[in-house]
Design a protein around this ligand. Structure first.
Ligand code: MGD
Ligand code: MGD
Ligand code: MO
Length: 810
């Protein structure tokens, strides 16, 4: 297979390095955002669009999932949000002429940066087996081809339905219903590669897979530990919240192998002080931890708290521990047995430093821990996050103001998609309610997550792939295996706004279905529709785009899915969702299944979209009026009562959250769980480095906006590897040298598997010895599919053993 490594489009010879910045945001950020907006949208559209971001009754910023304050600034604006908007609201278009001019072969030679720069997709396109070019196809024919491919499968589990995290609640809800109606739970999503470890650890320990704090809690906290997160780039609006917390007297501890600018000093472009006086120092303390050392850190804090309690008392919240937790004694014993020397080695921090951080926690009346990918993408991420919970439980730091867990979510509606049932392991309660609402029996067997989906493709167990957004080929680990797997499929379908590698590394046949984004007006029938989303803190609100869509007859995600449902399940015109909740009603599941089995001839064989057992609804009506979808959601998912009313006029409502609202923990014994987790940390073999793969300041996941990483001082290029200067010389290299990165994966039998990413420039950088960093997605070729986190199955994108290899002179 031809997979020219896409290194051809960005001219890396122009790369310069100026060293990391000590401040984030400020005026340059605003200017950068405006520059990109003007390039993509021109002045009028830029002004119109940017003023609507995150305003009441405007559109939800597609940038990140950080919540909006109730009282919003005129422009609740951040540089990278503006870039995300410009990327979508661009005036560039690619229609049939573009695909006629570029063969598949030609497109395959380009990287995600070039592909994304071409503009918005406007027409359904189809690639038939053996074709050299995509060709235009009508909407009806395209959707019919998708429906036929699904119906011709021998088993519904041969189909895989991926979701990225931008999909609205309404589209996500219909999409999972389509998938379950077809007869499978194969619903991998970007979350599998993102916060799955958080979900796993939190569900086990506190009974909910989400955070337990609101924005008000952040403002009220007295200590915020921000670990494994680069908010200056990835959640810039979080910096305003941290600034406000500091004004209220909070201390901030930043835990990171890299001295990220946003964690150090913040110039708020919204205030005079930020612009003229040079801003607020954010982190009171920067803790330069070794990659993967956080489990040791949180154990050390727990151990310190327990020792202090032993000495003089007054540290622990005994009443909370007694009333609301179990497992305390075992945990305390395990901490007592830990050796400070081991904790030092694992974290790379001295006992003194570990104890100082422990003191900051001990003396804080209310503590929040915030984290993102630095804590979720390691082999031992789930035990690492259980330790975060242990530490917080000791002082009763869950379910009271200014305290709790704050996993900072990535995609703007990734959390909402999960709430809507985009999950390969749905609960029975959810499925029971779905069955009752749509008079069918959804499959119970769990489906494939992202890593399992790739295995199924590669082994020939899958034949059909559909993606509701995202860029599966570039975002997933082990790029070559994924490309090989995709090529084995009968049909790959991408519902997308922009072109990316997943449209060119296809199955034997491929279909592109262009769709509307957040900023686009979505007119159905005679009314403009709105959708709704859930932010990182469980608040739900509406979103409505106002821009003219990129082309006349574009379909929204909702419309695409509704039409597929109608084609596959048949119409049930005239039925309306009733106003009775199904999530409390009892379903005679056995009866539904019996009837289905009888009607399909009494066999046990799983039939694809078995006509006797398909969800029943008036799909056309749902397509024309999204409020009807919201009524269904209200009936199926607890917490959405009066959905329509509570999102009207730009209002926001909070979903119920047991731990936060009433210290209610939906675990097996109704209590929060202390857990015992043997200390783990990555061991780095002699002469090797542990590589983390991260985002630059000029990208959104696999969407590359530009070639700068301003805060880290990297300009006009992306193929760099950041290495500690002592390691550079110890390994016999020089700063600026071009090397290949070779990853080494030790198989179960002890043999070593190698993968190579070519031509990276070594940049001396402040990172702990033995640790290195480079950008994703270019480095995904290095991440072995087998290298996943225990329990959550998340690829270990922050923990890849590599060696640097000198390039053989040509
Ligand atoms: N502009 C922009 N915004 C985004 C995105 C984007 O690509 N661009 N992506 C969105 C998505 S989907 C997500 S999930 C989030 C991602 O947001 P982040 O998690 O902030 O993104 P990463 O670039 O992966 O950065 C990981 C951070 O963790 C640190 N780190 C790595 N390993 C460790 C470790 O072992 N311990 C500790 N303590 N720190 C560690 C890294 O040095 C880095 O600062 O951002 C969202 N927002
Ligand atoms: N090595 C490494 N790999 C990683 C990570 C890492 O840190 N390191 N991070 C992981 C994480 S946290 C995540 S979340 C995943 C991200 O994985 P994905 O979500 O799959 O990837 P994105 O790059 O966000 O997807 C971008 C594409 O989404 C489409 N799109 C944008 N907006 C819309 C929309 O409104 N509707 C539709 N239908 N399509 C739209 C566009 O076509 C665009 O090209 O990557 C993961 N992969
Ligand atoms: Mo993510």
């Amino acid at each position: 297979m031809v997979t020219k490594p896409p290194i051809s489009d960005i001219d890396e010879s122009a790369l310069t390095v100026s060293g990391p910045k000590k401040t984030a945001v400020g005026v340059p950020a605003v200017l950068h955002a405006l520059k990109m907006s003007m390039e993509q949208m021109g002045p009028v559209r830029s002004a119109r669009t940017l003023l609507q971001v995150n305003q009441k009754d405007g559109f939800d910023c597609p940038g990140c999932a950080w919540p909006d304050p109730a009282h919003r600034h005129m422009a609740e604006f951040c540089e990278n949000g503006a870039k995300a908007v410009a990327e979508e609201a661009t005036v560039r278009r690619i229609g049939p002429e573009f695909f006629a001019a570029h063969s598949l072969e030609d497109l395959r030679g380009h990287d995600d940066w070039w592909l994304g720069q071409q503009g918005r997709l406007t027409h359904p396109m189809m690639l038939e087996e053996g074709d050299t070019h995509y060709r235009p196809i009508s909407w009806d024919d395209a959707l019919r081809a998708v429906a036929d491919a699904i119906l011709s499968l021998d088993d519904p589990d041969e189909a895989i339905f991926y979701t990225s995290g931008r999909t609205s609640n309404e589209a996500a809800f219909l999409y999972q219903l389509l998938v379950r109606g077809v007869g499978t739970n194969n619903l991998p999503d970007c979350s599998n590669m993102c916060h799955e470890s958080s979900g796993s650890a939190l569900t086990e320990t506190i009974g909910i897979g989400k955070g337990t704090v609101s924005l008000e809690d952040i403002w009220a906290a007295k200590l915020l530990i921000v670990a494994g997160q680069n908010p200056g780039t990835n959640h810039p609006r979080m910096l305003s919240a941290l600034e406000k917390a500091k004004q209220n007297g909070a201390k901030v501890i930043a835990v990171n192998p890299l001295p990220e600018a946003g964690l150090l000093r913040f110039e708020n472009p919204q205030t005079v002080r930020g612009v003229i006086l040079g801003g607020t120092p954010i982190a009171d303390r920067f803790v330069q931890i070794r990659l993967g050392g956080d489990q040791a850190l949180f154990q050390a804090i727990g151990k310190h708290l327990l020792e202090a309690e032993e000495r003089s008392g007054g540290v622990l919240d005994h009443a909370f521990i007694a009333a609301h937790t179990s497992g305390y004694a075992d945990y305390a014993k395990a901490m007592a047995e830990l050796d400070w020397a081991d904790l030092e080695v694992a974290s790379g921090l001295s006992e003194t430093e570990l104890r100082e951080i422990g003191e900051a926690v001990r003396t804080s009346p209310s503590t929040i821990v915030c984290w993102a990918m630095g804590l979720t993408q390691h082999k031992h991420s789930v035990p690492m996050l259980r330790e975060v919970v242990n530490m917080l439980l000791l002082q009763g730091n869950i379910g009271r103001p200014g305290a709790g867990v704050c996993p900072v979510r990535g995609h703007s509606n990734v959390q909402g998609d999960r709430t809507m049932g985009i999950y390969e392991k749905p609960s029975d309660a959810f499925l029971d309610a779905l069955d009752a609402e749509f008079s069918f029996a959804a499959p119970r067997e769990h489906g494939h997550d992202t890593v399992e989906a790739i295995r199924a493709m590669d082994s020939g167990r899958a034949r059909f792939f559909m993606a509701m957004g995202g860029n599966f080929v570039s975002a997933t680990p082990d790029t070559e295996v994924v490309e090989r797997g995709m090529a084995k499929l009968d049909l790959t379908v991408q519902v997308s706004t922009k072109l990316n590698r997943s449209h060119v590394m296809t199955g034997r046949r491929a279909i592109i279905l262009p769709t509307l984004g957040r900023t686009d007006r979505d007119r159905r029938g005679s009314t403009d529709q709105r959708v709704s989303v859930e932010d990182s803190m469980g608040a739900v609100h509406s979103s409505r785009g106002r821009l003219a869509p990129p082309a006349e007859d574009m379909l929204s995600e909702v419309a695409i899915v509704a039409r597929l449902c109608e084609m596959i399940f048949g119409s049930e015109a005239g039925t309306r969702p009733s106003a009775t909740p199904s999530h409390t009603g009892d379903v005679d599941r056995d009866q539904v299944e019996r009837t289905a089995a009888e009607e399909s001839g009494g066999t046990d064989r799983v039939v694809v979209a078995d006509p006797a057992n398909v969800p029943r609804a008036d799909w056309k009506a749902l397509e024309q009026d999204y409020a009807l979808i919201r009524t269904h959601i209200e009936n199926v998912i607890p917490g959405f009562d009066d959905y329509e009313e509570r999102i009207a006029k730009g209002r926001t409502f909070f979903l119920p959250n047991g731990p936060r609202d009433e210290r209610r923990f939906a675990t097996s014994d109704g209590k929060a769980q202390f857990t015992v987790n043997p200390l783990e940390y990555p061991r780095i073999p002699e002469g090797r480095l542990l590589l983390q793969t991260i985002r630059s300041h000029d990208q959104y996941n696999t969407t590359i906006y530009g070639k700068d990483d301003r805060y880290r001082g990297i300009h006009d290029g992306r193929r760099v590897v950041l290495v500690n200067p002592d390691d550079i010389s110890a390994l016999g290299f020089a700063d600026g040298e071009i090397v290949d990165l070779v990853s080494e994966w030790t198989r179960a039998d002890g043999s070593i598997e190698e993968r190579c990413a070519r031509e990276f420039r070594i940049v001396g950088y402040s990172t702990p010895q033995g640790n290195a960093a480079a950008y994703y997605p270019e480095t995904n070729v290095l991440v072995p599919l087998e290298s996943v986190a225990d329990v959550s199955n998340t690829p270990t994108s922050k923990s890849v053993i590599v060696r640097l290899e000198a390039r053989v002179p040509a």
